[in-house]
Design a protein around this ligand. Sequence first.
Ligand SMILES: [Zn+2]
Length: 139
Amino acid sequence: MTGIKNHFEPLYDQDRNLVGIWLSPELWRKAEAILSPAIDKALEALSPETVKEQPEPIKDWEALSQFWDFNYPMPTDVSCELCGSHTDDWQKDEPRIFRLRSASMGGMVNFQCQECKARIIKKHFKKHVDVECRPFVEK
Ligand SMILES: [Zn+2]
């Protein structure tokens, strides 16, 4: 029988921030019946909406970035005029500050602000980006 250290390990990044907990498969198998329902419950409590959210159309975003031929690098920042939320790279946020709703090959990208639900529509042109922020309207 090996020690606890090999079955249960907190994981840290280089700045010593806790980034997760590692469980060994053996430990997981023994504790799964108890842990799994508790984790599902906790996940729902953490993000009640994202559980039911549509997946982001990442493939469309990647297709756009692959065929990107505008005069500037593809922007990854998103800002919400309405509540002031901002990210330099929306894909790096976990959980998301902005969720990708759509991305078209024509350069139109649509995000939703997770804070106030506003739509941020970014239209990419050859030399500039047009950004429009529409408040959330209940349907
Ligand atoms: Zn917002």
